[in-house]
Design a protein around this ligand. Structure first.
Ligand SMILES: [Zn+2]
Length: 681
């Protein structure tokens, strides 16, 4: 999350970065690590670094904590207003940020994951009060004037000060009284609407009933244990462990269509209205500052700098993948024709056919089935594997520590320096789906570290995995999220406001995406045996096939990402068009067309949250991620390269411009060669 002073200006406090979220490993590995070091083997950490995650037994306790936190923050703001704008002012302002993080973020986070709806709702109400507090803080003239007088001592102070001043300015502190009041009102309203949007998706308990015949092709393990309705039909939810297997493997097109439509309509009419109002308000907000669009307003603070630059970039991506998209769609159509034994001219490829025939072609052509990986990747060993990869590469150690958290299955890990045992951070992990839980994959960086304040970072990794095991693609997701978690955990910035993932929005997906393809490397996968000696190793032939199949469907996939990014930019353009009509037009212009009545934007949570005018950041970050990967090309587990990456790219969080960090790490100017080579190959 960006600095809280900045968050006020961001209109929504984006706490999480998402995807599409111990025990030391094997003994021999440990001994080797200890021997290679001149230090003594470090003691295991028995406690979690930093404050314990708060536990609340009932909503009243959340309310009380909320009241106390807000009262404390008000006192601290008053104290900061009295602080001279001297050399100590920056530290004092960051202490305020740190305090606010600690009292507000865990509660905000609980609104996404607490098993009890009343607790979630209370936490959400508290988050709204904090957003109101922050939008007021963003317009605090006394603090703004003080910040303007502070003399930065060095480049890091200068960057921090610049961020702080921009945060105030983007919150409207410099506007005349009337537009200024309007800016605050808009900020508060957008937060409220964004919360409602997320809640509508999270609390959507849609269940679909299928007969066993309708589920033909879907692995039995997916539905055997599911609830049944009065007629004995299997009840499936929209959670990933149900959704993906049905759309990827149900032979019955009607079953796939029902599942696809239900998922695509998640959030419903209500969310389309909310999104429309949010987009209008964002445009009005930008106009208060003299900008034609929210895109222009936001992008000037990002790596991309200008809307035109993003549009040019998106055009280049489109040009690079257009042929592959057409070719793949034709192949999928032919696969459908073969499957149904019909002439290809009479076959239409539907949206709900895409995942199914993509998997089918992958199976036919590469004889690989993602489902075949589940037995090799049980969830807990998969987590251990992912953590072990980080241990080997980045010189840290994860120690599982018993802790009482929001759900009995949530795990807590102390992260420490492998050589010295120095406590570094806390990582919480919530692996499995449950009703009312945030239903994608994300890392919530609820506490940022600061070297100045001697403050350790903490983050929570949240995913929704099948208890039967992970597919290779899900293992990729796990690595992706862990990439965000280490960005938070291994950050060593001076100020908490610039810790780890508080970097620019169009860079934040680089460290996560960089790690994704680690799982296709046989050397990396060998690590699995270190953490789970009883797990059967993935047969080399299966991995080879998966690697060959990996890029099948790349054209369709990137064309889709291009559509999402372009839609986001268009929605936040000078017209702020009505969301559903815009989507129908833009999706309608793609080769697959638009399915009348489907409501994709209703569940597109990124747009209602901090990724607004920023979805392109996934592609933008991927350019950098692929360039970063080149340094790991000879050996992904090389601890020297890993350590440099940790110190330079992760360690500096948002306190230095990303371009500069990538350049220093690579020892050359960053470029897009690896990205375009990959798209075009
Ligand atoms: Zn991500």
């Amino acid at each position: 999350m960006k600095t809280l002073l900045l968050a006020a200006a961001l209109a929504v406090a984006a706490v999480h970065v998402d995807a599409k979220p111990r025990k030391p490993a094997q003994k021999s590995g440990q001994k080797a690590a200890a021997k290679s070091s001149r230090h003594k083997a470090p003691a295991k950490l028995a406690t979690l670094p930093g404050p314990a995650f708060p536990t609340y037994a009932q909503p009243g306790q959340i309310e009380a904590a909320c009241d106390a936190g807000l009262a404390g923050a008000k006192q601290r703001v008053a104290a900061l207003e009295q602080h001279k704008p001297d050399a100590g002012w920056l530290r004092a302002s960051d202490e305020l940020n740190a305090y606010i993080e600690d009292v507000s973020n865990p509660i905000d986070f609980l609104s996404h994951v607490h098993p009890d709806k009343a607790m979630r709702d209370t936490a959400q109400a508290c988050a709204l009060r904090w957003a109101e507090f922050l939008s007021t803080l963003g317009q605090n003239e006394t603090l703004y004037r003080a910040a303007k007088q502070v003399q930065p001592a060095d480049a890091i102070d200068r960057e921090y000060l610049r961020d702080t001043l921009q945060g105030f300015e983007d919150a409207g502190v410099g506007l005349p009284p009337e537009p200024r009041a309007r800016a605050k009102a808009i900020n508060d309203r957008i937060t409220d609407l964004g919360q409602q949007f997320e809640k509508n998706v999270r609390d959507d308990n849609t269940q679909l009933a299928f007969t066993e015949a309708e589920l033909r092709g879907v692995p039995e393990s997916v539905w055997k244990g599911a609830k049944r309705d009065a007629q004995g039909r299997v009840l499936l939810t929209l959670a990933y462990p149900h959704y993906f297997p049905v759309v990827q493997s149900a032979e019955d097109p009607a079953a796939r269509e029902r599942m696809w439509r239900a998922k695509t309509d998640e959030g419903g009419e209500a969310n389309l209205k909310l999104l429309g109002e949010i987009a209008q308000l964002r445009r009005e907000y930008a106009q208060l500052f003299g900008h034609a669009s929210f895109d222009d307003f936001k992008l000037r603070r990002r790596m991309a700098e200008k809307t035109e630059k993003v549009l040019r970039f998106l055009d280049d991506v489109k040009a690079a993948v257009a042929d592959a998209e057409q070719r793949e769609l034709q192949e999928l159509r032919e696969a459908k024709a073969r499957h149904l034994n019909q002439p290809v001219q009479s076959v239409k490829l539907q949206r709900w056919d895409l995942p199914y025939y993509t998997e089918r072609v992958r199976r036919e052509r590469y004889s690989v089935d993602q489902e075949a990986f589940r037995p090799y990747f049980p969830p807990q060993p998969s987590l251990k594997f992912a953590l072990r990869v980080i241990e080997k590469t980045m010189g840290v150690r994860y120690t599982r520590v018993p802790a009482k958290l929001w759900h009995p299955e949530v795990q807590a890990y102390a992260v420490s320096e492998a050589k010295t045992g120095k406590p570094l951070a806390t990582l919480l992990v919530d692996l499995y789906p449950r009703e009312g839980k945030y239903n994608h994959a994300a890392v919530f960086s609820y506490r940022n570290g600061s070297t100045l304040l001697d403050r350790v970072p903490q983050a929570a990794l949240v995913v929704n995995f099948d208890r039967q095991g992970l597919t290779l693609e899900e293992l990729e997701t796990l690595l992706h999220e862990l990439g965000h978690a280490v960005h938070n955990n291994l950050s060593a910035t001076r100020y908490s406001s610039q810790g780890g993932t508080s970097t620019l929005r169009d860079f934040v997906e680089a460290p996560s995406q960089m790690l994704e393809d680690w799982v296709y490397d046989p050397e990396v996968l060998k690590t699995f045996a270190e953490v789970c000696p009883v797990c059967k190793p993935v047969p080399e032939a299966l991995l080879d096939k998966a690697r060959a199949a990996k890029d099948y469907g790349k054209g369709v996939k990137f064309a889709r990402q291009h559509l999402y990014a372009s839609y986001d930019i268009a929605l936040h353009g000078p017209d702020a068009p009505e969301p559903m009509g815009l989507w129908a037009r833009m999706e309608g212009a793609t080769p697959m067309g638009h399915v009348a009545g489907s409501k994709f934007p209703a569940g597109f949570g990124h747009l209602a949250s901090g990724y607004a005018a920023g979805y392109y950041g996934y592609l933008w970050s991927l350019v950098l991620a692929m360039d970063l990967r080149t340094a790991f090309e000879p050996d992904k587990l090389d601890p020297k390269v890993g350590r440099r990456y940790r110190d330079i790219v992760l360690g500096n969080g948002g306190q230095r411009p990303p371009q500069e960090l990538v350049r220093e790490f690579l020892g050359r100017e960053p470029n897009a060669k690896a990205f375009y080579d990959y798209l075009k190959q």
